[in-house]
Design a protein around this ligand. Structure first.
Ligand code: 2HA
Ligand code: ZN
Length: 285
């Protein structure tokens, strides 16, 4: 059975992997993606798998996500290249079921030839858990990529969420519309660790995007389109900031930026729940 016969949403999942690769965000095995299935999709999956359903043994997660107990996630495979996801979905993606305690998973489909879920599974699970809670269940996608301008920003700017958010908001008008709560920022931490997963999920309480210094960006979205759009907007604004700065001889004292009054006006006009702590009259750039 092909993956799209199994579940149409797998096609959208695969499409995002291809789109991200074409943006240059997924060198080698960089990045990972997960999607939390809707109840009707779980129902359809069970029907499609029928008697052919095979489940692996339960594998402990090393963490507990109570509100994800019994839920199903599609994830990319550890070590897979996004470039190959469309060609080999059965080897590069799969579906896991969480147990009734929310502390272990088993594979119910995919991950052929000994593949396993993404090395960043702890971050995906804890980020899903928090975003599911704070969005009342709307959030379904967690996406991690290695976009170069965002990573370059972390070599240059203080690793401070307020400073980095304002740097992005003030160079591209639509930024505050796309991420009104700003971006969270973590210092360098060990990839794949429970520690980085816990630290990220704490920031996902406030933000729907978290930068990992010298590594990449995690975003959350209700669907694939909004997660991809958020990744794209942050990366584009980082590109604009770096271009402006290098054209300005490396100085962050730009002749022109969007003022705090203008940012506030956008927030008012579009009724945004903007992060007030990141807005003030003391322009830093
Ligand atoms: O190798 O991106 O963060 C996949 C990753 C780990
Ligand atoms: Zn990564």
């Amino acid at each position: 059975m092909t993956s799209s016969q199994l579940l149409p949403v797998v096609e959208d999942f695969v499409q995002l992997c291809t789109d991200g690769f074409l943006q240059g965000w997924h060198e080698c095995n960089g990045g990972n993606l997960s999607y939390r299935l809707r109840p009707e999709e779980v129902e359809q999956l069970r029907k499609s798998l029928g008697k052919s359903a095979t489940s692996s043994e339960w594998t402990p997660l090393g963490l507990k996500a109570d509100n994800l107990a019994g839920q199903y996630l599609i994830t990319t495979a550890a070590g897979c290249h996004f470039q190959n996801v469309a060609k080999h979905p059965l080897n590069t993606t799969g579906i896991v079921e969480l147990n009734e305690q929310g502390d272990a998973y088993r594979i119910v489909w995919g991950f052929a030839d000994g593949a396993a879920p993404t090395s960043e599974l702890p971050s995906h699970i804890l980020n899903h858990s928090v975003r599911t809670e704070v969005t009342g269940g709307k959030s379904r996608v967690i996406y991690h990529a290695h976009p170069k301008n965002t990573i370059a920003l972390t070599a240059l700017l203080p690793l401070d969420a307020r400073i980095i958010t304002r740097s992005l908001w003030k160079v591209m008008t639509e930024c505050i519309l796309v991420f009104p709560q700003g971006v969270g920022v973590l210092p360098w931490m060990m990839p794949g660790s429970i520690e980085i997963a816990r630290a990220s999920s704490k920031l996902f309480r406030i933000h729907d995007a978290v930068i990992w210094a010298h590594h990449g960006l995690f975003v959350a979205g209700d669907d694939f389109e909004s997660a991809f759009g958020l990744m794209h907007s942050i990366e584009k604004a980082a590109d604009i900031y770096l271009r402006a700065r290098s054209a300005n001889k490396g100085s962050d004292d730009f002749p022109n930026t969007i003022s705090d009054d203008d940012l506030r006006a956008i927030a008012d006009r579009f009724g945004l729940a903007v992060n007030e702590a990141f807005l003030d009259d003391n322009c830093l750039i």
